[in-house]
Design a protein around this ligand. Sequence first.
Ligand SMILES: [Zn+2]
Length: 348
Amino acid sequence: MFKIPNELTVGTATAKRGELQKGIIKGVELFDSTRIDIPVLVMNGVRDGPTVLMVSTQHGTEIQGAEVIIKVMREKVDSKALRGALIGIPVENPLAYMHSQYLSWIDNQDPGGGGSASPLTVDKPDGTATERLAHALWNEAWIKADMILNFHCNTRPDSLIFQKILTGNPKTRDDLWKMAKAFGVTTIVDGTPFNEDGPPTLVNLAAKHGKPAILLELIDGRWISEPSTSAGIRGVLNIMKAFDMIDGEIEPQEGFPIIPGVCKWQGVVRANRGGLIRFVRAPGDFLKEGEVFAEIYNLHGDILEEAKIPVDGYIWAYPCGDILGTAGSLQAVQTGANIAYVFTQESD
Ligand SMILES: [Zn+2]
C-alpha cells in the first residue's frame, strides 16, 4: 500500500496533511549571480495513497503541461479530500524555458537524458548547469514519487495527442497500462526489455526503482490552448480516479482524434530534397504504404519530392526542419530534415 508522510517536503516547500504549499528547488546562478530556481507545488492529502509527480517543460518550448499542472493543483483537486499526494513541477528546465528554446542555451543538454549518444545522468552534483538541475530534480522530487506523469508537447497544433509507455520492465508494466488506459489517448507502446544497468537518467532510475513514468505528448507546445489543456486535466484526474486518489468516474477523452489499441513507433521520414513543404494528409489519417503525405517544392513551385509513408499507418506530427523536430520553425526542410513521425496500430 502507498503511504504518505505527515509532512511532505520538496525543495523549500513542506506540506502537512491536507495542505498545498509553494516553494522552489534550488537551481543555478547566472553571470550576474541571479539565481534560476525550479518552482514547485506540493499537495499532501488527508489519507494514504500514491504520491504522483507531474512534471512539464523538460524541453523549454513545450509549455502546455505547465498549465495542466497549475490548473490541477490550484483549481481541480481539494487537498482536504485527497488520498495520496501531488508534486507539481510546471517547468523542469527553466534555462531552456527562459530563452524559448528546446534545450538550455548554456550547455545544450537535456535534463531528461534525451537526444544524445551519451545521455545526461542525474549523478553529477558537480557537473554542468543542466546536470546539476537534473541531480536536484531526482533527489528532491522524482525519488519521492510513486508514479510520474511527464508532460511534453509536439509543437504544431494539428499534431496528435498521444502517450508513450515502456512495457519492457515487469516492475512497472501493469501500473503503466493502468495509467495509459485511464489517461485515454492514443497509446504508443515500446516493449524493449528494460536494462537495469542502463545510464542513470531520470527515466531509467525511475524504472529501476519501480516507479512507473508515463510520457504524455500534448500539442501546440508554445501555447496554452485547447484541446491540450482539457485533455491534460481530464487525463490526470482520470489517473487519480483509477488509483483511488479522488472520487468520480473516469471521463472518456474527446475533441481530438484517438487511434485505439496498441500502437507502435516506426521511425522518422526524412527529406531527400530541400525546399518549402506542403502537407496533403493530416496527422491521424490512416495512410496505405506508399501513399504521398507531403510535397517538397522549390521556389519556382516545381515539386522536387513526394514524401511517402513507408508502412500502412499514421503520422502523429510534422516536425519540420529542426533535427529535434520541435523547433516550431519554418515550413521548409533541408536534405535530412525530419518530415514526419510515423506509427502503426498493432491491435484494436
Ligand atoms: Zn519534449
